[in-house]
Ligand binder design. Structure first.
Ligand code: PRX
Length: 654
């Protein structure tokens, strides 16, 4: 296997033989630089040109950007469009029989759906939803497995101007309840069952539990896609089977033409404080980002078979399953199962069977597959691959190397894409064919993206030094607000000290070539297996347990998951010892899993009589992080109210 250094050398001049350059949409650094300088010289002209070229407008826009209510930017505001029309109808004349979706179920069954089929299914559901009285401006929560119908549900909402809010199927009933309530949803679209890794999850049961928690006054209907035997609890008048709803509907549905700024979706994500926030995206600006990145970063070609492994419950599944690939007319794979079922060759088999050309996944999946079978990819024919992508967390150079040499057989560029729920689509990523790669770096900002690294006062930091990652100028695909909480949007993302720049929440540095290296979150947000979780959210879940008096949660570096959750807990009663401590820890882990979802389950719980606090009562998380990693405290602890507690918490690791 090549060493990191040699790949670094190789990839610095990548692509070495020009093979990729010839086929790439962007054929060299000059093409990239030309786009960047066009954007710098005339940002509005640049974005306006792209929006006219890449979006089908019902009514053209007359003005590109309105910054007057900074940071509540408006893009292409008087333009009128429909996103679902842009994803489906636009392909009906040119490629009705092209396969849009290849669905592989957990048990290996494969279902294909052409653009014509997909259009018809979306129209039928859209008509069905309208028949329930759902109308433009309403919100619908989608709580679905990863299947064709999840895409249909999102597209159907877009078609009739309904703002969807997808909740990942792994979230608990309680999390679902919070999101339905915050969004004021009039309907939930779900399925009776979800199948992953040979196990069945009962989604409709979770919806029932969420509703039973009460207070969901706006909710009128629950649409249930039937996959299993159908013997589930049923509330007549509220619950309706999807299959019954669409049965007699027309196969065409006139789209709702909406303004460019119409909220296409909200997606809840974790921040460093409070409850998850509903990140709200626009229609036109968001769509533009998804389309451009499909072309620039994924170098989309009509013969591609695209596969993004993300669930539609995350932003990656929005931009690179439901919207981007369909808008460009791609054939894509969607998969309901998990990478290690029935064995660790599953991903490679899917790539082989469906002749996948473009594969996009998370470093955590790559690392777990290395662990479960570093030579497995060699047992499969992966010759169809031409491009690999990574998203969700920093990719360590070792994992990058394996991905590049073993999966990509040293011929497929790896595009490490940095972006966020709030940015809608790729922000910093290599344009294959144009930008030389370096393992572990997401390389350079996309054209038009004014990324920079600054200190607390918003001053630029020189190359080589770490700081806060910011975006200095507005871009069309950024989030517009937080649902129902514009102040929190402004305060979180556009803090005054930074002079109006968008604060991403990550720390990063640039190297001597100007390449960006993301170091991780600069706030109290954890990244566990590429999933974003707020430490406060987990702490609130813990203290909601009647046994718990106080809790502090920190991340510990983890080889596979990136970070693992460690919770320091003070109980209301005596500090538990021995077996009792084990029993209560297990109980609390399950509790968090039920409160938030299994992804938030702490890896480790340590009990103490107290937590390390300053004299003013502030918990010293820095110290807890050191303890969680098993390190020695070398920091100054003189400001600590109770230094002895550190020794106790250290011992409690046993
Ligand atoms: O910390 C960064 C990390 O994931 C965060 C965004 O999480 P989320 O909104 O859930 O979106 C994930 C999918 C886009 C970022 O603040 N992150 C995402 N991509 C990368 C990354 N960190 C390093 N390198 C990446 N390529």
């Amino acid at each position: 296997m090549a060493t990191i250094k040699s790949v670094l050398h190789e990839t610095r001049v990548f692509p070495p033989d020009g093979g990729f350059v010839q086929q790439a949409n962007l054929s060299g650094m000059e093409a990239y630089r030309a786009l960047c300088s066009e954007a710098e010289q005339d940002p509005e002209g640049f974005w306006g040109r792209l929006a006219r070229e890449h979006i089908l407008w019902r009514e053209p826009f007359s003005r590109v950007l309105d910054e007057s209510a900074h940071p509540f930017f408006k893009w292409f505001e008087d333009g009128v469009l429909n996103v679902s029309f842009n994803c489906l109808d636009r392909h009906l004349a040119s490629q009705p029989d092209k396969v849009a979706l290849i669905f592989e179920a957990d048990d290996g069954r494969v279902t294909r759906c052409t653009y014509r089929d997909l259009h018809e299914r979306v129209c039928r559901l859209a008509n069905g939803l309208r028949s329930l009285g759902v109308a433009s401006g309403d919100r619908i929560v989608i709580y679905m497995p990863m299947c064709i119908e999840a895409v249909v549900a999102m597209q159907a909402c877009a078609r009739i101007g309904v703002t969807h809010s997808v909740v990942f199927g792994g979230f608990s009933a309680k999390s679902l309840h919070e999101r339905i309530r915050d969004a004021g949803a009039v309907a939930v679209v779900t399925a009776d069952e979800q199948y992953r890794g040979g196990r069945t999850n009962h989604l409709k049961t979770a919806v029932d539990e969420a509703i039973a928690l009460g207070g969901l006054e706006t909710l009128r209907s629950v649409v249930v896609y039937r996959r299993g035997p159908g013997d589930i609890r049923w509330e007549a008048g509220r619950d309706v089977w999807w299959q019954d709803l669409v049965g007699n509907q027309e196969v065409v549905c006139e789209p709702e033409w909406v303004g460019a700024e119409h909220p296409l979706f909200t997606l809840y994500t974790s921040g460093s404080t409070g409850k998850p926030k509903g990140v709200q995206h626009s229609s036109a600006g968001y769509l533009l980002g998804s389309v451009l990145s499909m072309k620039w970063v994924f170098d989309y070609k009509p013969d591609d078979v695209f596969w993004c492994t993300a669930d539609v419950g995350w932003v990656t599944g929005h931009s690179y399953v439901t919207y981007g690939p369909l808008a460009v007319g791609a054939t894509q794979v969607i998969f309901e199962g998990i990478p290690t079922y029935p064995d660790a060759g599953r991903f490679w088999k899917i790539i082989q069977d469906h002749r996948v050309t473009t594969f996009y996944t998370a470093p955590t999946a790559i690392r777990s597959l290395i662990k479960n079978g570093p030579d497995r990819p060699k047992e499969y024919d992966l010759s169809s691959l031409r491009l690999l992508g990574s998203v969700g967390e920093p990719i360590n150079p070792e994992a990058w190397m394996w991905y590049y040499t073993v999966v990509g057989q040293s011929r497929c560029p790896v595009v490490d894409t940095w972006w966020q729920t709030e940015t809608g689509s790729h922000m910093i990523a290599p344009l294959p064919g144009a930008i030389p790669l370096k393992p572990g770096s997401c390389t350079l900002p996309l054209p038009g993206i004014a990324a920079a690294i600054v200190d607390e006062a918003g001053q630029d930091i020189e190359n080589g030094k770490g700081g806060f990652l910011v975006i200095k100028r507005p871009f069309p695909y950024q989030a517009r607000t937080l649902w129902g909480d514009p102040e929190r949007f402004r305060d979180t993302y556009f803090p005054r000290e930074l002079g109006g720049y968008y604060l991403a929440g990550d720390s990063a540095h640039r190297d001597e070539d100007g390449y960006f290296w993301i170091m991780g979150r600069a706030d109290d947000v954890l990244n566990v297996s590429g999933h974003r979780l707020g430490t406060m959210e987990i702490e609130s879940a813990l203290v909601a347990n009647p046994l718990v008096a106080e809790a502090a949660v920190v991340g510990r570096p983890d080889d596979i998951r990136g970070e693992a959750i460690v919770a320091f807990v003070v109980l209301k009663g005596e500090r538990p010892q021995g077996e009792e401590a084990g029993r209560i820890a297990a109980e609390l882990r399950n509790w968090v899993s039920r409160e938030i979802g299994p992804i938030a389950r702490p890896e480790e719980i340590r009990f103490g009589d107290n937590l390390p606090k300053t004299r003013s009562g502030k918990i010293m998380r820095r110290l807890l992080r050191t303890l969680a990693q098993g390190g020695e405290i070398t920091q100054d602890v003189s400001t600590l109210e109770n230094p002895a507690i550190l020794e106790q918490l250290k011992q409690s690791a046993a």
